[in-house]
Design a protein around this ligand. Sequence first.
Ligand SMILES: NC(=O)C1=CN([C@@H]2O[C@H](COP(=O)(O)OP(=O)(O)OC[C@H]3O[C@@H](n4cnc5c(N)ncnc54)[C@H](O)[C@@H]3O)[C@@H](O)[C@H]2O)C=CC1
Ligand SMILES: O=C(O)/C=C/C=C(\O)C(=O)O
Length: 481
Amino acid sequence: MDIKNFINNSEHIPLSGLWLDNYEPASGQVYGQIPNSNEDDIEKAYQAANAAFKDWSTTSIDERSRIMLRIADLIEENLEQLAAAESRDNGKPLWLATAVDIPRASSNFRFYGNAITQYSSDAHESVGKNTMNFTMRKPIGVVGCISPWNLPLYLFSWKIAPAIAAGNCVVSKPSEVTPATAYLLGEIVKKAGLPAGVLNIVHGLGGSCGQAIVAHPGIKAISFTGGTTTGEHIARTAAPMFKKLSLELGGKNPNIIFADCDYDKMLTTTLRSSFANQGQICLCGSRILVEQSLYEKFKTDFVARVQQLKVGPPNQPDSKVGAVVSAAHRDKILDYIAFAKANPEEYTIISGGNSILIEGHEGGYYLEPTVIEVQSNDCKLNQEEIFGPVVTIMPFKDEAHALELANGTRYGLSATLWTNDLSRTMRMSNELEAGIVWVNTWLNRDLRTPFGGVKDSGVGREGGFEALNFFTEPKNICIEY
Ligand SMILES: NC(=O)C1=CN([C@@H]2O[C@H](COP(=O)(O)OP(=O)(O)OC[C@H]3O[C@@H](n4cnc5c(N)ncnc54)[C@H](O)[C@@H]3O)[C@@H](O)[C@H]2O)C=CC1
Ligand SMILES: O=C(O)/C=C/C=C(\O)C(=O)O
């Protein structure tokens, strides 16, 4: 697939004439080219977005909603094509892209197409002062949306949908590692009747194309999902320009298992929270903490289940784990495993720990789902985000110890808690340093809820009206009568 930029509802080659190779993780082969865009392409996209803003921001809510619902329908109608493109581009199993990624992208547009019709202004009557205040929510103008490679269309649309629903025009950049479905979205939004310039999709590298979005003086807000280091860099560029920032960054999420939990449900869900999407979800429970009395049983049962997970080409229906996203990312994960192997006093690899060669797909980026027992929460593998099919496990003594371990990292995105004790649930949920706590479940999403992290996991919240608040500026008007 050869990919172009989508600016003003038409396809454009990069102004520099430069291209990047696009790799298929299943085989490690180049299968297409993507624009290596720079600040000139971003300027072109900005001009298109800026020109479209006056009309789009004054388009009626009903009309904006109608177009967004149409986009949602068209994504559903193109499910097969989009899922195949996502799976090929990312390495994730086709069944996963079909069941989760693409339906969620459609839901994002449907959710915000409906939410904008329910979004209202506030009014405050100051009794005794004869004044009435009302607060309007105004679209910001041109906003930037930058998304990662792990859930490509799912997260790209999670940003774009609230931005355009609120009346903004967008300059966006999907990850250069997984550009395919964002490219296909261009055709869809055009067909749905989104006016030219409202959504512009520019492809290229983070350090040049992404950086040009963040540094552009006319782009007043940035919504970013990705690594914490990149988030820090974006904040450093954007803060002196007083841009609004929403940063959804990394995680090192604890999966805390008490002996009184519903064991079978916990085991099945823990398999998913550890290895879904090859462990490449910022919400994966990468640190498994188990109450001492259950530890040995859990370890035995979990490892037995992990060893049954079939790693295979993404297009085979029985592949539970596909390929990781890139050779560079595979090597990063393997470096962590090598570190564990080199420090046996700290780490014991109790399952996996190797790359896998699959016949017919020899160049593909396949890794064994890996479980590593650690001696202490202070170790490198419990403190750094690996973002792959690698989990650590360790026991805890009691509730206080579990909390200390769970909160003992720089991250604070999500936490999962397995217990049937209601009082403990309330105590722990209250004390866990995380933006999201799941109890007896994982990645159970209601799009109305605030989504985001504390500590180094980010700034701001996505989801529900939080995202509409982010993509608007309040303006208060005070009238004395
Ligand atoms: N959602 C999450 O929590 C994610 C976390 N990560 C973590 O980050 C690590 C690095 O992965 P990367 O692919 O390098 O992610 P990244 O954070 O660099 O990339 C995410 C997006 O940001 C863009 N970007 C990169 N540098 C930029 C800059 N200076 N200005 C503006 N945009 C920029 C990229 O092109 C991509 O579209 C991963 O190993 C993983 O640990 C990666 C992807 C998603
Ligand atoms: O909104 C969700 O359901 C999931 C979001 C996941 C990420 O932001 C991520 O993995 O980066």
